[in-house]
Design a protein around this ligand. Structure first.
Ligand code: ADP
Length: 295
């Protein structure tokens, strides 16, 4: 079983001809909502592939929160640890002008996912085969989850997105998988990450610092796995890309699925690399994640 502890966000996407100036109102051609948020995306990907997935998350006390709760249920995600907070649901208003995005992230009820709430779901975490974490909730909550994971001997994967320079490496060393994308790797190490060689140097530095397994997603270049004894680059599959929104979350969720289904690390990476490539051929995040029978 996969347990994802993390965020859910309602994406509020507006296509604009141009952005308004401060104080100005403009008409825009279209608007749509979609289910997003890194934690929820990753849970959704694993569930689409057939994993038994539980989510520890907080939805808002509003219509978006109710919609999201229902969406979790309809996706086959266990909602026994999804709580209804006091604040509005997390939202991500996003403005698309041509091929440029402007995005605002409002954490909302995701801020109510506290260490104390995690403590109430220790039993669920103890039963997991893999616990999946990101950084759209407070670091203190991630740290508590890592403590509980270690206590019960459950492996954890931390996707440090969005990157946060204040991350405490005492905790990072205690997760089995640390999975940034190349940009996040650059921010975390303050090293150049333009070329593959530079990326390898940066990943090896974190392993030298005690990180157990680095999984670095490289967009159209694929994925790199580095640990104390291994360096493996899996090139991306060639697809006709529509957009890579949510590809990293699809990768993490798919890796969690295949790894907990019994594949070894390199096989799980290969399978996740295939799944993430498929999601790049369709627009949006969760809307682009196929079920196993649709692949
Ligand atoms: P993020 O969404 O965090 O930026 P990446 O862009 O690194 O994540 O993409 C995650 C994974 O998705 C990659 O490791 C790869 O497997 C797949 N992927 C992303 N872009 C492409 C692409 N253009 N072609 C094929 N696969 C891709």
């Amino acid at each position: 079983d996969v347990v994802v502890v993390g965020s859910n966000m309602m994406e509020l996407t507006t296509d604009v001809d141009r952005m308004p100036q401060l104080g100005e109102t403009v008409a825009a051609p279209s608007f749509h909502t979609a289910f997003g948020g890194k934690g929820a995306n990753q849970a959704y990907a694993a569930a689409q592939l057939g994993s038994k997935v539980a989510m520890i998350s907080v939805v808002g006390d509003d219509s978006f929160g109710r919609d999201y709760y229902e969406h979790f249920q309809q996706s086959g995600i266990d909602v026994s640890a999804v709580e209804v907070g006091h604040q509005a649901n997390g939202v991500a208003p996003c403005f698309i002008q041509g091929n440029l995005n402007s995005i605002i992230v409002v954490q909302g009820a995701n801020a109510e996912l506290t260490p104390a709430m995690v403590d109430q779901h220790r039993d669920l975490l103890a039963k997991a085969k893999l616990i999946v974490l990101q950084q759209e909730i407070s670091l203190a909550t991630d740290y508590r989850v890592i403590e509980i994971a270690n206590e019960f001997g459950v492996p954890a994967l931390l996707n440090p997105a969005p990157a946060n320079d204040e991350i405490n490496y005492d905790y990072v060393r205690r997760v089995q998988f640390y999975a940034p994308n190349e940009t996040e790797l650059g921010r975390l190490t303050h090293l150049p990450v333009a070329t593959l060689d530079e990326i390898k140097v940066a990943a090896h530095q974190l392993v030298a610092d005690g990180v157990q397994n680095m999984i670095v997603t490289l967009g159209a270049r694929g994925v790199l796995w580095v640990n104390a004894t291994t360096e493996l680059l899996i090139p991306a599959e060639t697809v006709s890309a529509v957009d890579s929104i949510g590809a990293g979350d699809a990768f993490v969720g798919a890796f969690a699925h295949y790894y907990t289904a019994g594949s070894d690390i390199p096989t799980s990476l290969q399978q996740a690399n295939h799944y993430a490539a498929l999601t790049v051929t369709k627009p949006g995040s969760q809307t682009s994640y196929p079920r196993a029978d649709e692949m």
